[in-house]
Write a protein that binds this ligand. Structure first.
Ligand SMILES: [Zn+2]
Length: 234
């Protein structure tokens, strides 16, 4: 059975990954849309760097939770038959042990060079404009997909959705496109669809089944259920 799992902010929230938005939805007085666009980066690169530098260092303070670990166990059992597509830019899936992870919105721990298009693993600050290890030019930007940019891996995701027998959405609001459209794509190709989310989402009507509660409880339970079934069927 081929499974595509889409994860979103809800799975990382339980690890305490800060959202860097205050009660007004602002970061240091800026709307997040104002520090997460190519235009913002062109106009005020140091502001944008400080925003992502703060998020990158905050990542070191959090740990994967039971939901991340359960997905890693599922990958151990299914291998290439499981793909985790994540909208999250943290590395909590990888730290839990997942290897087949597609970061459609990029990664905090990666820097992208605007001069040579090279990517490099990056775990320190970018605000001081360090030179690119590849070409030496000081044009490193966060390797994250900003508003107005095309998410990574869309062609591969379409292929995987077409092949999937089961599509599972974990911790997604169902309001952010293109990810919010994946459930409809999977349905068109005949997949069964399951939502695991804290509360009903905008996308809930599209799922064959929806379970609502904490990801750290729902995901391990679902994985055990699936692996139990797989064993008794063999
Ligand atoms: Zn470079």
């Amino acid at each position: 059975m081929k499974i595509v799992v889409l994860t979103g902010a809800g799975i990382s929230a339980e690890s305490g990954v800060p959202t860097f938005r205050d009660a007004d939805g602002l970061w240091e007085g800026h709307r997040v849309e104002e520090v997460a666009t190519p235009e913002a980066y062109d106009m005020a690169p140091s502001t944008v760097h400080r925003f992502y530098d703060a998020r990158r260092s905050a990542l070191l303070m959090v740990q994967p939770n039971a939901a991340h670990h359960a997905l890693a166990r599922l990958e151990e059992a299914l291998g290439d038959d499981l793909l985790v597509v994540t909208q999250n830019i943290d590395d909590l899936h990888e730290r839990a042990g997942s290897r087949r992870v597609l970061h459609m919105h990029g990664e905090l721990l990666s820097a992208l060079c605007r001069a040579c298009d090279g990517r490099v693993r990056w775990d320190s600050d970018l605000v001081d404009l360090p030179p690119c290890p590849g070409c030496g030019v000081t044009e490193l930007r966060p390797d994250v997909v900003w508003f107005g940019e095309i998410p990574y891996g869309m062609d591969r995701i379409s292929v995987e959705l077409a092949r999937a027998d089961l599509f599972v959405s974990i911790g997604n609001s169902g309001a952010v496109y293109p990810a919010a459209g994946f459930v409809q794509q999977a349905l068109r190709y005949g997949a069964r669809t399951l939502e695991l989310n804290l509360e009903p989402s905008d996308g809930t009507p599209w799922f064959h089944e929806a379970r609502h509660g904490r990801a750290s409880e729902l995901v391990p339970h679902w994985v055990e259920e699936l692996l139990g079934t797989a064993q008794s069927a063999s």
